[in-house]
Design a binder for this molecule. Structure first.
Ligand SMILES: O=P(O)(O)OC[C@H]1O[C@H](OP(=O)(O)OP(=O)(O)O)[C@H](O)[C@@H]1O
Ligand SMILES: [Mg+2]
Length: 157
């Protein structure tokens, strides 16, 4: 028995992630202005850099959180927080899945605007702005977790 609920994979290339992060920036333009970006490490770092560049924001802080070990969700550990209640800040992460991470960050920054590039249904109510929804049983494969490799023809798989 698998120890995770994912039956499909949705691979995302660097180019697609850049395009989707820019689409998020367009959406955030209508919701700002923001005084700074809070990136949720580590997955939020790349989209946060793209959003900050597009919104011309140079003030960037991090909340450092760990919860998944490969595809298995474990205890959530906050390694580093930020001061304040989040007013005027936009929080950026790569995705919301169960919503556990953003539920915790909302407790820490109740007045912030919450953004992700991708959202699954269980976590969507915790996000104010996102770009693309994927089903709950899909694993989003990010470019930093992947490499190019040979595959067999479909007919032989
Ligand atoms: O909505 P949730 O079920 O909480 O899942 C979403 C979070 O899980 C992943 O981070 P992870 O803890 O794996 O750390 P990482 O960003 O360092 O890979 C992802 O980057 C989100 O931050
Ligand atoms: Mg993360």
């Amino acid at each position: 028995m698998s120890d995770h609920p994912f039956t499909k994979t949705f691979p995302v290339s660097w180019w697609e992630l850049h395009r989707d992060s820019r689409a998020l920036a367009w959406r955030l333009m209508e919701r700002g202005p923001f005084q700074g970006v809070v990136a949720i490490t580590r997955g939020g770092l790349v989209p946060a850099a793209v959003v900050a560049r597009e919104l011309e924001i140079r003030t960037i802080d991090t909340i450092c959180i760990a919860s998944y070990d490969d595809k298995k969700q474990g205890e959530l550990t906050v390694l580093k927080g930020v001061p304040g209640d989040g007013e005027g800040w936009v929080v950026v992460d790569d995705l919301v899945d169960t919503g556990k991470t953003y539920r915790k960050v909302r407790e820490m920054l109740p007045k912030a605007h919450f953004a992700t590039v991708y959202a699954k249904p269980a976590g969507r109510p915790l996000v104010d702005s996102y770009v693309t929804e994927v089903s709950q049983d899909t694993w989003i494969l990010f470019p930093w977790d992947a490499e190019m490799q040979e595959v067999a023809p479909i007919a032989r798989r």
